[in-house]
Design a protein around this ligand. Structure first.
Ligand code: DC
Length: 221
């Protein structure tokens, strides 16, 4: 059983790449950002201010997050409801980032993430997979790209989903969120010391997938 940790900032292309690599290698793909988004969504829907850590922690007892796999990939359930679409709304991003800086939230999601790798080879994308969730991962990759490139990708992705926003709004939101994720005290979104750094700014999707497969093949077999 092996684990591939794919970490990096938002819009670096982690989810697209992880999905494609999982398909190629016939392994499980887990998008861990979706778990933080599900908790963020719960707080948003229930009017909980995510800056109020005590309130978030008190509300965790009402939250049940589960993961399952379907034909279309990962499905996230929040208290039994499939929330795959709602967790992608732009307003949920900051809520996800907010709850992700709270140690109790990270502890709440820890086992769920580790369990996913118990019975499957897995590629997991997130911020702390190589540093906290699987410090012993066989492969660790930190995928990044220039801010403008990442914002444009995220903007096009949202537009395709019919979500109304502007490029400037996406860039601002992304930079604010990255700063939040990078500078938090617990599990900051920084590369593991032994991660391979991969800059996708000048690479298209296929080139990035090839680069990732190359890195993996050098370490697993
Ligand atoms: O990858 P994403 O944009 O869906 O992640 C949403 C937020 O969750 C992001 O701002 C940081 C947080 N996150 C985290 O702290 N740790 C992870 N492993 C994945 C996401």
């Amino acid at each position: 059983m092996y684990k591939i940790a794919l970490d990096g900032p938002s819009g670096s292309g982690k989810s697209v790449m992880a999905k494609a690599v999982a398909k190629k290698l016939n392994i499980l793909y887990v998008d861990t950002g979706a778990l933080y988004r599900a908790i963020g969504l719960f707080m948003y829907r229930n009017g909980v201010d995510v800056a109020d850590k005590a309130a978030v922690v008190a509300n965790l007892k009402n939250v049940d997050v589960k993961l399952s796999q379907s034909e279309e990939g990962q499905v996230v359930y929040l208290n039994g409801e499939n929330v795959n679409r709602d967790i992608r709304l732009p307003e949920i991003s900051m809520y996800a980032s907010g709850v992700s800086s709270i140690p109790e939230v990270r502890a709440f999601l820890l086992e769920l993430q580790r369990d996913a790798a118990k019975t499957n080879n897995v590629i997991m994308d997130g911020r702390d997979i190589g540093t906290v969730i699987f410090p012993d991962a066989e492969v660790k990759i930190f995928l990044f790209a220039r801010d403008e490139v990442r914002a444009k990708r995220r903007y096009l992705e949202l537009k395709e989903k019919g979500i109304d926003t502007t490029l400037e709004e996406v860039l601002n939101d992304m930079q604010r969120r990255d700063e939040n994720d990078r500078t938090r005290a617990i599990a900051p979104a920084v590369p593991a010391e032994d991660a391979v750094m991969l800059d996708s700014s000048e690479l298209n999707i296929d080139q990035t997938i090839d680069a990732i497969i190359n890195i993996i093949e050098k370490r697993i077999k």
